[in-house]
Design a protein around this ligand. Sequence first.
Ligand SMILES: [Cu+2]
Length: 152
Amino acid sequence: MRYTLKNIAILTVAFFLTNVTFSTSFAATVEVEMLNKQDKERMVYSQKIVRINVGEKVIWKATSKGHNVEFIKGGVPQGVKKFKSKTSKDADYTFDVPGIYAYWCTPHKTMGMIGFVVVGDDKSNLEIIKKLRFSGKSKKLAKELFILYKIF
Ligand SMILES: [Cu+2]
């Protein structure tokens, strides 16, 4: 191919189109805020259920202090190592294993500060997730989320 101006223009456009496709399909990152208050709720993640593709990342912003993210024991796909972030610090996690991940904020796990990440639309660990023991306010909330969002 000759390096005419027209060919260079075509190559440039092709290059940008490829990059755009890549960034939309692989580089998605979801941001969740850790908050003391959102509307009428106290001690809450800004999004309770996040759906992402395999390999995508969630960032939890420490917008309010005193919160963290801890994967619930038995509440993640098999083979996933435990994860517990530092209180009052931003945290991030890249989800390479498909399935449902249940997590809570360690200090507020009985106050309804729970969240779920569904990776790759894989619900194969659904029955295990349903059997997780939540207590206090989180018990009712988990049940409501299961019904409201119909993912479980
Ligand atoms: Cu908290």
